[in-house]
Design a protein around this ligand. Sequence first.
Ligand SMILES: Cc1cc2nc3c(=O)[nH]c(=O)nc-3n(C[C@H](O)[C@H](O)[C@H](O)COP(=O)(O)OP(=O)(O)OC[C@H]3O[C@@H](n4cnc5c(N)ncnc54)[C@H](O)[C@@H]3O)c2cc1C
Length: 377
Amino acid sequence: MIAVSRVAVVGSGVAGTAAAILLAEGGVDVDVFELKPDLSALGSGITLQGNALRVFDRLGVWEKVKEAGYPFDVLGLRAPGPEAQVIAQIPDAPTGGPDYPATAGMYRPDLARILADRATEVGARFHYGTTVESFEQDADGVDITLSDGSTGRYDLLIGADGLHSSIRAQLGIEVEPQRTGMGIWRAFVPRPKDVTHTDLYYGGPVYIAGYCPTSDDMMYAYVVEPAQDRHLLSPEQGVQVMKELSRGYGGPWNEIRESLDDASRVNYTSFTQHVVPDAWNRGRVVIIGEAAHSCPPTIAQGAAQAGEDAVVLSELLLSRDAVNQSLWDEFHARRLPRATEVVDASVQLGQWQIDHVQDADVPGLVRRIAMLVSQPA
Ligand SMILES: Cc1cc2nc3c(=O)[nH]c(=O)nc-3n(C[C@H](O)[C@H](O)[C@H](O)COP(=O)(O)OP(=O)(O)OC[C@H]3O[C@@H](n4cnc5c(N)ncnc54)[C@H](O)[C@@H]3O)c2cc1C
């Protein structure tokens, strides 16, 4: 017998949907409760590293991800200024192993749809516009009350409800995401034909300017600046700010800047970091993904780490016959040090820029994390 037969998942991001797929595939009855009214049809892009692609293969969606996304194996470094001089083209570490590209860019709503379709196919049920208002647990299960007033009893409750997790707060875990001092403008724009991989431009008017192709036609572009309060700006003002900030960058940026308009869905987000430093569970309730840890996307490991949480948790739940301390000990031993190291390194990379450290060992740090995440979680 497996450790759980009924599981409630709160949140349908990468962490929640990945857990739902793996558990439902393993014969568990799974309900996913998602606050949003439906599967969002709008969004920006995401950069997925090889170890995230390996997770997607485990979920049975790699072929679809490959088809919908834009795989590449090189990271470009360019100089600021009108020439946008190419400084280096570095082979990206294939952290998923030789069966996957080093990186793939992807339109976030495509990824969400592929994952949700797979979860539904293997039997998980999605309840949109619904959340878990409260829960109570005893030694054998968790009683939940939903926002529509209905109730249910489950063997396990998984809080995969993201950065501002309500399940984390209800568990009494007081760790909260902290701003790292950087903020990012992102836009979803047509792909200039010469953009075939991510290029990063360090220095110039902002900390980093960059872009990542997500399909033959489209890509997302970003500029990272000192964090500031941008929430009062209108969408039109956001477009103007991004145009202004990107003026220090040439090459493909000339075309990107021209294409920025109201349709580019320009948005601003502050970078955050946190790791719940001890247990991610209290009894039969556990948090995973960004509910448990967040990192600035300086190494683009957020989705990979969220997916790996789901893989390890599901593997343990499906291979053990009880939800007990030994299961949680193994879960934390496999996830906490790895997630912490990724968060610390991602923060360090940003901090070196904030502090204008010239001789930082960026390649050494990136290599160390690539070696770490190349090992299956
Ligand atoms: C600016 C920025 C850029 C990033 N770029 C990258 C990148 O390029 N590559 C990468 O790998 N990672 C990136 N990340 C990180 C990545 O997006 C996250 O790590 C990843 O999405 C986390 O997945 P998750 O499932 O844990 O959380 P989420 O994706 O946040 O999903 C949580 C879900 O829970 C739902 N929810 C919230 N509250 C409730 C509630 N009370 N009840 C029910 N549902 C609820 C939300 O609506 C959401 O659907 C970036 C992050 C930021 C901020």
